[in-house]
Design a protein around this ligand. Structure first.
Ligand SMILES: [Zn+2]
Length: 341
């Protein structure tokens, strides 16, 4: 099969790789219908995060058709069209039952086998994959793919920020996750959704997804604008979808005392001052999103065409042109790149 390999920062190639096989009896192998490049894939691409192997397989977002299942797989069948999370989970342990499947005691990172490929091995198939009601129409592919990470992550962030009726929710980060969080906050009934963005195209999509206000200022200036818009109080909840020290403080300072910060940006170099944090009086809740918790509901909303999160993809390329996809995202010419194997 063909698959993406990163040899070094900036050096992405698509090469012939060995077909994945069933290793554990709980595995499935899927034929990937669509995969994509994640903002987090840019960390090793930019040399900010080391490669774990050289070269390294890439990709953790995927949808596709089940080709093989191990002997202990009960619920997922060959031929099913499935959406899965980027963290494999048993979906039965106490952590999973509480809705935190991404921290399952048996969790396996799907990225270790790499889904930017024609085939992918998915561990713990029964607890990780969710079958769609049937084979999807072509136009649903981008949205179903979005559910496997960015929509699920944005949704979790909005839930963690306690989005709901009567609430004002602000979203730091206008990448695919931030935009998805705007969509989620709106769906969850938030009265007002404030987006931070300086990009005209992302602002337009933010409005389409449900943003009522746009703030172009960043950092503490941005947080001050939120206070201005909310009678001096700050937002009830803020989503943090970037992961830098500045964006974390922007989120915390935009939140009213007693409010909620849902943080899902993978943090890099964030060191929060304890005393400053102490006096904010906000709830912090985040981490790798338990996408599996939300998949059944998200798939249904997409299937019924009630949401169209696939609009976050603004470039589609064949898998063989993955290197160009990475370059386009690195240079911010694309928000999110879909790859078709
Ligand atoms: Zn578990």
């Amino acid at each position: 099969m063909r698959g993406v390999l990163m040899y070094a920062p900036g050096d992405v190639r698509v090469e012939e790789r060995e077909d994945p096989k069933i290793v554990e009896p709980t595995d499935a192998v899927i034929r990937v219908s669509a995969t994509c490049i994640c903002g987090s894939d840019l960390w090793p691409y930019r040399g900010i995060e080391p490669l774990y192997t050289q070269p390294q397989v890439m990709g953790h977002e995927y949808i596709g058709v089940v080709e093989q299942v191990g002997d202990e797989v009960r619920n997922i069948k060959v031929g099913d069209f499935v959406v899965g999370s980027f963290v494999a989970s048993d979906n039965t342990c106490e952590i999973c039952q509480a809705g935190y499947q991404s921290r399952c005691i048996h969790n396996v990172m799907v990225g270790a086998s790499g889904t930017q490929a024609q085939l992918a091995r998915i561990p713990l198939a029964d607890g990780t994959l969710v079958a769609t009601p049937g084979q999807p129409d072509e136009d649903l592919i981008p949205s179903l793919l979005a559910a496997s990470d960015v929509l699920g992550t944005g949704w979790f962030a909005a839930v963690a920020a306690e989005a709901g009726p009567g609430k004002t929710i602000a979203v730091v980060g206008d990448g695919a996750v931030g935009l998805s969080a705007i969509l989620a906050a709106k769906q969850l009934g938030a009265e007002r959704v404030i987006a931070f963005s300086r990009h005209p195209e992302r602002q337009a999509l933010a409005r389409e997804f449900g943003a009522t206000d746009i703030i172009e200022e960043r950092g503490d200036d941005g947080a001050a604008k939120v206070k201005e818009l909310t009678g001096g109080y700050g937002a009830h909840g803020v989503v943090e979808a970037v992961g830098t020290e500045e964006s974390m403080w922007q989120a915390i300072h935009a939140t009213r005392p007693g409010g909620y910060v849902g943080y899902v940006g993978v943090t890099h170099g964030v060191k929060l001052d304890g005393l400053e944090l102490f006096f904010t009086g906000v709830h912090l809740h985040g981490g790798p999103a338990p996408v599996r918790r939300f998949l059944p509901e998200l798939i249904q909303l997409i299937w019924d065409r009630k949401i169209d999160p696939g609009k976050v993809f603004d470039l589609t390329l064949p898998l063989d042109q993955a290197a160009e996809g990475y370059k386009a995202m690195d240079e911010r010419r694309a928000t999110k790149v879909l790859l078709t194997p």
